[in-house]
Design a protein around this ligand. Structure first.
Ligand SMILES: [Zn+2]
Length: 330
């Protein structure tokens, strides 16, 4: 299954209702309107809860993954211990920021046979059973957060939950969500990583003074400031909100998978890059114009400039003036 787990509401925001009606502010927002996802009334928006949600989303996911195994076992008529002898429930998930700056999760959830990987799932492990277990577990899980100014916070997923069956490409009629499409989707987010954050920053803040100079939206600014302010509280020390203020309080990993999940996100990335390479090569062979940009998210420290020996080597490899030929194709 492919499921999207949303964050709860922290106050009404500007949106584009799927019904086609106008936003509550009376405007039909364009798809790329910067107002989308920002609060209708910023002073009434629950910024504390929004930041604390991001800080607890990872813990809520962990509870969900435990609860889901329990719900699957229950539907199979097995104890959790016995479940492991029959089936494995595995996950691959990515965290993504919604426009309003709240983290939500996309996950591929699968049931395999007892040895995981390629072992076939037991006959009772239907898409319907898994969907039902996902819905029940999602509605049940909660994490008790901290009390801030005598107000207690409890975190649950938002009411909107999208669960779709992933069909094997072998059975695809062109309409269904296929394994291939989901792998591409997950890989896209795995490679995009942290920079999908809503107007967020790419590095931790060191000083409160930096806040004033950030070139980000008012809404993102308030989220960062809220994280920074809450981060000063002794009782919230464990959340390390100042260190993660630039991520609006979220300190989890952007993509994680259970150990048993059959492939690694690195493998997905490589497969995607390889597919693009082959596609580009085929396009060239067909004489079509092609422009392919390789986007690789892995940065490796290669060194700091050239050593004197490398500099000599580099200089000696440069073509002599006037002999530059056609740029070589890799
Ligand atoms: Zn609006």
């Amino acid at each position: 299954m492919f499921a999207t787990f949303t964050a709860p509401s922290f106050g009404p925001v500007h949106n584009r209702p799927s019904s086609g009606r106008t936003c509550r502010c009376g405007i039909h927002h364009d798809q790329d309107d910067d107002a989308l996802g920002t609060p209708l009334n910023p002073d009434a928006y629950d910024y504390d809860a929004a930041v604390l949600w991001n800080a607890h989303a990872g813990a809520l996911w962990r509870r969900f993954s435990i609860a889901l195994r329990r719900e699957v076992a229950k539907r199979a008529g097995l104890s959790q211990r016995r479940l492991r002898e029959h089936a494995r429930v595995s996950f691959a998930k990515v965290a993504e920021y919604q426009k309003r700056g709240a983290v939500h999760f996309h996950a591929v959830i699968r049931i395999d046979g007892s040895t995981g990987g390629d072992s076939p799932p037991p006959p009772w492990a239907t898409a319907e059973l898994l969907t039902d277990a996902i819905r029940t577990a999602t509605a049940k899980v909660r994490v008790d957060g901290p009390a801030v100014d005598d107000r207690t916070h409890t975190f649950t997923f938002g009411r909107q939950l999208d669960v779709r069956t992933i069909r094997s490409a072998d059975f695809n009629d062109g309409q269904e969500l296929t394994e291939r499409a989901v792998a591409a989707y997950i890989a896209k987010y795995a490679t995009k990583g942290a920079e999908t954050a809503t107007g967020a920053l790419d590095r931790p803040l060191k000083f409160a003074a930096e806040l004033a100079q950030l070139d980000i939206s008012d809404h993102a600014h308030r989220l960062v400031r809220t994280a920074w302010t809450l981060g000063a509280r002794k009782s919230l020390e464990h959340l390390r909100l100042r260190a993660w203020a630039h991520m609006l309080g979220f300190r989890g990993h952007f993509s994680t998978k259970s150990r048993r999940y059959s492939t690694t996100l690195g493998a997905l990335r490589n497969a995607r890059a390889e597919w693009r390479r082959v596609e580009a090569a085929a396009a060239t062979a067909n004489g079509r114009e092609t422009e392919t940009t390789y986007v690789l998210a892995h940065w490796v420290f290669a060194g700091t400039g050239l050593s004197s020996a490398e500099a000599w080597l580099a200089a000696s490899l440069e073509p002599a003036p006037g002999t530059e030929g056609e740029p070589t194709r890799a």
